[in-house]
Design a protein around this ligand. Structure first.
Ligand code: B12
Length: 290
């Protein structure tokens, strides 16, 4: 007889497999979840994304090198390939057309791929240009496909500065009134989106989908879970901006403001482990200036 399926321990195995770069185990645990009718979004949000957060944190602290990040990324991608058809399954009329791509100089594509899958799942037609995309490639594809939205992804502070070049190119091509530019990626914040003149920012793929829907005139209601996740991502963004400041006083004050939002997210029921990791990172940052 087959062993009884236990969601919590399967998610734990999946989480550890991605962190450890064990692709076969990641794939088999994703398959186990699918076979037991776990919602694809739950598999991604509970098992896979938190694992990449841990990988990122280890990389930042020099506990992981590029090679280890790559094997984790491969395990993540192979797992994602299994959930893709489930995220993309929709019978609805297309809501609009979106061209997505990671900007010039940037090779990170996991988040952008996930955004593409979720947009397709929500009923958008998606054209994915891949990585290292220059402004002209977005423009050419948007004209060719009569797109409504261009989605820019950047994971490096050195590549997110390419966003304004694309925003300007959209205007220069005469697409300013027709095409909205939306932006995202780990170092990107709402502030940066405003500064570069983008039409919107999404802190994660779900927020990106909600944003794209709003831009197409579709009303979007936020569930309490989505509100909690939004606050968690807002707290992360505020902290990300705080640590880029130069004055220790400003860093401390803005980190404390971010902590307030993180605690609010915890009260709303946001993911405990993610909140805990964020609060610990804040403690470490504040301790440096005491
Ligand atoms: C995996 C990874 C890699 C892999 C990429 C593999 C791949 N195929 O993507 C490899 C090993 C190749 C790599 C290389 C490098 N990396 Co790297 N990498 C990461 C890591 C660990 C995870 C990124 C990831 O996939 N996250 C999971 C996905 C799901 O999250 P995400 O991308 O943020 O996407 C979500 C949202 O941001 C949003 N989103 C994303 N795009 C968009 C777009 C729109 C329109 C919207 C609405 C939303 C949206 O939705 C997504 C889903 O929820 C991050 C750490 C981190 N925490 O981000 C470092 C990180 C991004 N890398 C970093 C660095 C420094 C590098 C290298 C320079 C290292 C080196 N010395 O060579 C190179 C650069 C290569 C290049 N030119 O691009 C730094 C960047 C620092 C900075 N602030 O600039 C980070 C932050 C690590 C760190 N903490 O230091 N990396």
């Amino acid at each position: 007889m087959a062993a009884e399926f236990d969601f919590a321990s399967t998610v734990q195995i999946l989480h550890e497999a991605i962190i450890g770069g064990d692709a076969p185990t990641a794939v088999s645990s994703v398959q186990d979840c699918i076979d037991n009718e776990i919602d694809a979004k739950v598999i991604v949000n509970d098992g896979m994304l938190p694992a990449m957060d841990v990988v990122g944190e280890r990389f930042r602290r020099n506990e992981y090198y590029v090679h280890e990040v790559l094997v984790s990324a491969r395990a993540m991608k192979m797992g994602m390939a299994l959930v893709q058809p489930l995220l993309a399954a929709t019978g609805a009329e297309p809501l609009g057309t979106v061209v997505i791509g990671t900007v010039r100089g940037d090779l990170h594509d996991i988040g952008k791929n996930l955004l593409g899958m979720m947009l397709e799942g929500a009923g958008f037609v998606v054209y994915d240009l891949g990585i290292d995309c220059d402004a002209q490639s977005y423009i050419d594809k948007a004209i060719e496909t009569d797109a409504n939205i261009i989605g820019l992804s950047a994971l490096l502070t050195t590549t997110m500065i390419y966003f304004p070049t694309v925003v300007q190119a959209v205007k220069d091509a005469g697409l300013g009134d027709k095409v909205s530019v939306i932006v995202g990626g780990a170092p990107v914040t709402q502030d940066w989106a405003n500064e570069v003149g983008a039409h919107g920012y999404g802190a994660d793929a779900a927020a990106g989908v909600a944003l794209a829907k709003r831009l197409m005139g579709v009303e979007v209601q936020e569930t309490p879970e989505e509100a909690a996740r939004r606050l968690l991502l807002e707290a992360r963004d505020l902290f990300e901006v705080a640590i880029r400041r130069e004055s220790p006083q400003q860093i401390t004050e803005e980190t404390e403001a971010a902590r307030g939002v993180a605690l609010e997210a915890r009260d709303m029921g946001a993911d405990d482990a993610a909140i805990q990791r964020l609060l610990e990172a804040m403690d470490r940052e504040v301790a440096r200036y005491q």
